[in-house]
Design a protein around this ligand. Structure first.
Ligand code: FEO
Ligand code: CA
Ligand code: CA
Ligand code: CA
Length: 600
């Protein structure tokens, strides 16, 4: 490495070496602390975590499992406090419950899992002179959203026959949010959260007889019988043979107002239904939000939503109520990318002769309000079965679009394409300039520039910023930076920016044999492409939810100990509480020992 004094402002730290330690490792001169983890009580009346006496009632007042997306919001009028929002994507029953029998889960275990999914809002307090954060228990804003929490469907598909069930004949109220992966923070003070792999909770698609319903379920990954968690035994709504529309009520972007503990969270149908990874907004010059979104599946698509309404500034009730309608009216688009060196892509690597994986693109309209732009589909069908609509209009099949993040500095949009083991295999699409490798193990990061830098544009240009993997492998590309001086990165997943305009990337599934981690990289200037590893996570874990503040970095350590053969009795990671304890997915803060700014 070039050491601490070098590199882009904000990235001047000695990179952490790739490793397989069962720990969070941070750069020399930095310190870390747990902020909050699975089971920590946050609501009034919630007990301390007791691994041997877990109950659904306790869990509903405690921080949930598998923290993923995180955001920190300011808290006016309370010094040294911020509001932490976290997604709880899914549960790992085998390592949560002693004696868990996957064939016969108990009702209590299932109900604990229902309560451990969802979202948390918890106020945190900053320690003076360090980056440490501690939860403020029983704060009036603290909140848990779980499988029993009512969510309101809003926007053009709300009330559609496709969203009605026997428990909700109006098609407007859904209990729960599932598999919330990444998310975003809006300029009007709310949080967005993407419902991702919701298909895994719905059983018995194989018993559905209507061919149209069957085809739609299959396009969303529902073809089988019983599910892994067997929730269908305890609630009929998870049985598609009994409630074929219930699955249509998941796969949305959720919007939460964390400042109003009484507010009903919304599912925004105008943003389409797919395996939503995240949803990150930016504003047009005239104040309309544009939300970028990835559908995380092999060969699925990149989307954006452009609102037709302008945000109102300020914190008045008038402004807040108006802003809660911004994501209900607008146009939904899907991306088509065209390379300018297509004949040169053979899936074996090396830059094309023109020196770049690059080209042009267009945003193809799918629907706007009650108007459909897709032949043979109504607008409601486009919103509820967005994947089928995008299939019809020639969208570009990507290598698993994960987080999409516009740079607040430059407006350029970065897309993490995590990997695609099936690219170029029998019967599947081969490589193209944006997805240039067969059996893509390490993924790439795409950089997209909207026409005239206008987020509402319908045309863009793009190039690959990183083609990940072993820097010694000729198929990799690190933004043009000398590859003998970068940290190796594999499987980019979540993205965020720091105040200097550096992109921070967390990884999921490192295919280079080391643990996942968090990396910073300059996107402009002479250090563009210098990837530097900031931390690594414990055995079995993925790095999620990065937040980079001036004096603090936060990550969500998701599914520590999720390793084949692990059980509650025989955990294969000892993180975070040491030997003989259950693994607890947790949020970690990292700061500089001398109190200085991160990377300065
Ligand atoms: Fe939940 Fe696409 O990662
Ligand atoms: Ca090219
Ligand atoms: Ca993710
Ligand atoms: Ca992932």
């Amino acid at each position: 490495g070039r050491g601490r004094g070098h590199g882009a402002k904000g990235l001047r730290f000695e990179p952490v070496a790739p490793n397989t330690r069962d720990a969070v490792t941070v750069p020399e001169g930095y310190e870390q602390g747990l902020v909050i983890g699975w089971g920590d009580p946050i609501l009034r009346g919630a007990p301390a975590f007791d691994p041997d006496r877990q109950t659904a009632r306790a869990q509903a007042g405690q921080f949930g499992y598998n923290n993923d997306f995180l955001t920190l919001l300011p808290l006016r009028g309370e010094r040294h406090r911020q509001v932490l929002f976290a997604n709880h994507e899914y549960t790992n029953e085998e390592i949560m419950f002693a004696g868990y029998d996957p064939e016969n889960p108990t009702r209590e275990q299932v109900e604990i899992a229902w309560a451990a999914h969802g979202l948390s809002v918890v106020v945190v307090e900053e320690e003076r002179r360090s980056g440490r954060l501690t939860p403020v228990r029983r704060h009036r804003l603290n909140r848990r959203f779980h499988n029993g929490t009512p969510f309101e469907l809003t926007g053009p598909a709300a009330g559609s026959a496709l969203l009605k069930t026997s428990a909700d004949r109006r098609g407007r109220t859904v209990l729960g949010t599932l598999n919330n992966c990444a998310g975003g923070t809006t300029p009007w003070g709310t949080v967005l959260s993407g419902e991702e792999n919701f298909n895994q909770y719905f059983a018995n698609a194989a018993s559905v007889t209507d061919p149209a319903t069957k085809e739609r379920l299959a396009r969303y990954g529902m073809t089988g019988g019983t599910t892994g968690r067997k929730w269908e035994r305890f609630d009929d709504r998870f049985d598609l043979a009994k409630e074929p529309n219930e699955a249509n009520r998941f796969g949305w972007v959720v919007e939460v107002d964390p400042y109003d503990p009484e507010s009903t969270p919304r599912k925004r149908t105008a943003l389409g239904r797919f395996k939503h990874e995240g949803a990150e907004p930016q504003l047009t010059a005239d104040g309309r939000p544009v939300v970028y979104m990835g559908d995380d599946e092999r060969f699925d698509y990149l989307y954006k939503f452009v609102s037709s309404k302008r945000m109102r500034r300020g914190n008045s009730r008038w402004a807040r109520e108006h802003n809660m309608t911004l994501l209900d009216e607008g146009t939904l688009y899907v991306a088509r990318l065209t390379g300018d060196s297509p004949g040169e892509i053979d899936g074996d690597g090396g830059l094309p002769r023109d020196g770049a994986f690059d080209g042009s693109g267009e945003w193809i309209k799918l629907a706007s309000g009650d108007r459909s732009y897709v032949e043979g589909m109504t607008a409601e069908e486009v919103y509820v079965f967005t994947r089928l609509a995008a299939d019809k209009v020639g969208a570009t099949a990507m290598d698993r679009p994960e987080d999409v993040e516009p740079s607040p500095r430059t407006g350029r949009v970065y897309v993490a394409l995590t990997n695609n083991s099936q690219r170029g295999t029998a019967g599947r699409p081969g490589p193209d300039e944006a997805n240039p490798r067969n059996r893509n193990k390490h993924g790439q990061v795409l950089e997209l520039a909207e026409h005239w830098n206008h987020p509402g544009a319908e045309r863009f240009s793009w190039r690959l910023f990183l083609v990940c993997g072993d820097p010694a492998d000729e198929s990799t590309y690190y933004g043009g930076f000398p590859k003998d001086r970068v940290s190796p990165i594999s499987c980019p997943d979540n993205l965020t920016f720091d105040a200097y305009g550096n992109l921070w990337i967390s990884t999921d599934g490192n295919a280079l044999g080391n643990h996942d981690g968090l990396f910073g990289v300059a996107t402009h200037g002479r250090d563009r492409g210098e990837v530097k590893q900031f931390l690594t996570v414990p055995a079995g874990a993925e790095t999620c939810g990065p937040i980079v503040q001036e004096r603090r970095v936060l990550v969500a350590v998701q599914h520590p100990g999720e390793i084949d053969g692990a059980s509650a009795e025989n955990p294969l990671s000892q993180w975070p509480d040491g030997p003989g304890r259950l693994n607890r997915p947790s949020v970690v803060a990292v700061w500089r020992k001398d109190g200085g700014a991160i990377g300065r």
